[in-house]
Design a protein around this ligand. Structure first.
Ligand SMILES: Cc1ncc(COP(=O)(O)O)c(C=O)c1O
Length: 392
C-alpha cells in the first residue's frame, strides 16, 4: 500500500466536532470518539496540494463551478459504477443534509407524508419533522445479520398515508446493506405506481466491498430517472465533510427549478471555493489513493468483526456490504438503552452512536465508525472486551 493510514493524526484544536467538543458534551476526557462519520485518516495528498496552491493564490472571491468541475463529478461516477450522469444535471449544495431539507421543502407541503426505512441515518427523520411534514416509517426486516425491505409494509404505508416522497439510503447507513438491483427495482416500482418521488442518498456509494456493487438508483431501471434525484458528495470518500460541498443530481427540469427556487429563497448562491477545489482534485486525482483507503478500511472492518466474534461474547458483529460503519448487536446482553450507553460510554470509554437514535429497530445496537488507524480500533475493541466481560 502506497499510503500510510496507520499514522495517528492529532485532531484536537482543529474545530473538530469529534475531538474538540468532548468536555462540552460531558464525556470523559480519554473517550475514543467513534460516533460521527468522518475519518481519522488524512485525506489524499493531491487534495492537500491543490488546496495549498489555491490558498497561496490569496484571493477567495465569489465562486461558481465551471462545467469541467461537473464533468469531473460525472467522470468519477462513471469510473466507479458505469453511471454516466449528464454533468449539466448536477447542482452544488453545502451538504447532503442541506439538500434533503431543500428537497423536502421544495417538493412537499406542510403535513405531507415522507417515507423512510428505519433504522436509518437519523437526520432523515429530523429533516422531515423540522419541516413539519409527516414522518412515515417502514421498518427493515432483520434476518440473521442481513436486513431487507418489507415491501408489503412499504407499499401499504405509502397508500395509507398518501406518501409524496421516499428518502432512500443507498448504501444503507447504519445497517451496511448495498441494495441489489432487484431490491431497488421493487422499491422503485412501488414508488412509480403511487407517484412517489425518490431522493436517493448515495453519499456512502464509494464504500462497497467484495462482490457487492453499488447501483445508482436511476440506473436500476430506465424508468427511475424520471422519479428520482441522487445526493452525492466527496465528503465521506475523501474525508472532506468540513469543506461543505456536495453534488446533487436532479435530471428532471421541473424538479430542478423547484429546488433552485428554494435555494434562492434560502439565499444560497455559490459554493465554498475550497470545497470546489478539494472536490475537483478528489475526483480527478484521487482514484489511486481511494482504492488504497478502501482496502485499509475493509481490513479494519474484517479485523473488528473477527475480534468481536472471538473475544466479546454477547456482541454480534458482521462485515457490512458497504459504508465504513459497524452495526453491533448487543441485544443478547439484554440491557436497557440507558444501560447500554453506560456500558459503551462510561465503562468502555467509547463514544458511539446509540442504535435507538436511528429509529425503529435500532434499540440494542451501537454504530461504530471504523475509519481510523488500526491501533485505535484495536484499543477500542480491547476496552469494549474488558467492559463486556466485567458484566458477568
Ligand atoms: C447517509 C448520510 N447522508 C448524509 C450524511 C451527511 O452529509 P452532509 O455532511 O453532506 O450533510 C451522512 C453522514 O454521516 C450520512 O451517513
Amino acid at each position: 500500500m502506497k499510503y500510510d493510514f496507520d499514522k495517528i493524526i492529532d485532531r484536537r484544536n482543529t474545530y473538530s466536532v469529534k475531538y474538540d467538543f468532548i468536555a462540552e458534551n460531558g464525556k470523559r476526557e480519554d473517550i475514543i470518539p467513534m460516533w460521527i462519520a468522518d475519518m481519522d485518516l488524512g485525506t489524499c495528498p493531491n487534495i492537500v496540494s491543490a488546496l495549498k496552491e489555491r490558498a497561496e493564490h490569496g484571493i477567495f472571491g465569489y465562486t461558481m463551478p465551471k462545467r469541467r468541475y461537473f464533468e469531473a463529478v460525472s467522470g468519477w461516477f462513471s469510473r466507479r459504477s458505469g453511471w454516466q450522469p449528464d454533468p449539466d444535471d448536477f447542482i452544488c449544495t453545502p451538504g447532503v443534509v442541506f439538500a434533503l431539507n431543500t428537497f423536502i421543502k421544495s417538493l412537499t407541503s406542510e403535513g405531507d407524508a415522507v417515507l423512510v426505512c428505519q433504522p436509518v441515518y437519523y437526520p432523515f427523520a429530523s429533516s422531515v419533522k423540522y419541516n413539519k411534514r409527516k414522518l412515515v416509517v417502514s421498518g427493515l426486516i432483520k434476518e440473521g445479520c442481513a436486513y431487507r425491505v418489507d415491501y408489503e409494509d412499504f407499499e401499504r404505508k405509502i397508500v395509507e398515508n398518501g406518501v409524496k416522497l421516499f428518502i432512500l439510503c443507498s448504501p444503507h447507513n447504519p445497517v451496511g446493506r448495498v441494495w441489489r438491483r432487484e431490491e431497488l427495482i421493487k422499491m422503485g416500482e412501488i414508488c412509480l405506481r403511487h407517484n412517489v418521488f425518490v431522493i436517493s442518498d448515495e453519499i456512502h456509494s464509494d464504500f462497497v466491498y467484495g462482490e457487492n456493487r453499488h447501483i445508482p438508483f436511476p440506473m436500476a431501471d430506465g424508468r427511475f430517472k424520471e422519479i428520482s434525484a441522487v445526493c452525492t458528495s466527496p465528503s465521506k470518500s475523501f474525508n472532506l465533510a468540513g469543506m461543505q460541498i456536495s453534488n446533487i443530481y436532479i435530471p428532471r427540469k421541473d424538479v430542478r427549478k423547484k429546488f433552485e427556487d428554494e435555494l434562492d429563497s434560502i439565499g444560497y448562491w455559490e459554493p465554498n471555493v475550497m470545497g470546489v477545489t478539494a472536490c475537483y482534485a478528489a475526483y480527478t486525482e484521487g482514484d489511486e489513493w481511494f482504492s488504497d483507503l478502501k482496502e485499509y478500511i475493509y481490513s479494519n472492518l474484517v479485523f473488528a468483526a473477527e475480534y468481536i466474534r472471538k473475544n466479546i461474547p454477547g456482541v454480534t458483529a458482521y462485515v457490512p456490504e458497504g459504508t465504513y460503519l459497524l452495526w453491533l448487536d448487543f441485544s443478547a446482553l439484554r440491557l436497557s438503552d440507558g444501560d447500554l450507553t453506560k456500558l459503551t460510554e462510561t465503562k468502555a470509554g467509547l463514544w458511539l452512536d446509540d442504535g435507538y437514535i436511528f429509529g425503529e429497530g435500532g434499540s440494542g445496537f451501537e454504530r461504530v465508525n471504523a475509519a481510523c488507524p488500526r491501533s485505535v480500533l484495536l484499543k477500542a475493541l480491547e476496552r469494549l472486551e474488558r467492559a463486556v466481560k466485567a458484566l458477568s
